[in-house]
Design a protein. Structure first.
Length: 135
C-alpha cells in the first residue's frame, strides 16, 4: 500500500526516456525515435503517451512579463492502455514530420520534443529533449 501511494505522487514511479535516431533535422524531415518506459516499484497502468513538438522563442516583448514564449507546433497522442510491471522496459516507436513552416534553430529560437506519459490518478512521467532544426 505504501509503495502504491509513493508511486502515485511520482516516487518510485515509471521512468521515461525519449530516444531519437539523431539530434539534428531539416524542415520537412521525419523525426524518428522511440519512447522507452521503465517500470518503477509497483505495477502501473499507462493510459497514453503524448509527444509535443514545442518551439521556444526567447525575447523581451512589451505585451508580456515573460521573456520565454512557447508555441506547440505538433502533437502526437499514442493510446497505450497497458500495465508496466516493476523493472519492465517497453519501447514505443514514433514518427513526427517537421512542418514546412517550422522555425529553424537560432540563438534565441529552440525546439524541444516534450514527452508525457499519462498515468491515471498519478503524477505523469515526463522527458524533454532539445532538437536542432536546419533550414
Amino acid at each position: 500500500m505504501w509503495k502504491e501511494f509513493l508511486s502515485s505522487i511520482g516516487i518510485g514511479s515509471v521512468k521515461v526516456d525519449t530516444v531519437l535516431e539523431k539530434g539534428q533535422f531539416t524542415i520537412g524531415e521525419v523525426i524518428e525515435g522511440k519512447v522507452v518506459i521503465t517500470g518503477g516499484k509497483v505495477p502501473i497502468s499507462i493510459q497514453s503517451i503524448m509527444l509535443q513538438l514545442v518551439y521556444q522563442l526567447e525575447e523581451v516583448r512589451d505585451d508580456s512579463d515573460f521573456s520565454s514564449h512557447e508555441k506547440e507546433m505538433d502533437r502526437l497522442l499514442m493510446n497505450i492502455d497497458r500495465e508496466i510491471l516493476p523493472g519492465e522496459t517497453q519501447n514505443f516507436p514514433f514518427e513526427i514530420t517537421l512542418r514546412k513552416n517550422h522555425p529553424v534553430t537560432e540563438d534565441n529560437k529552440q525546439t524541444f520534443l516534450r514527452t508525457t506519459v499519462i498515468i491515471p490518478q498519478s503524477v505523469d512521467a515526463t522527458d524533454q529533449d532539445e532538437i536542432i532544426i536546419k533550414g
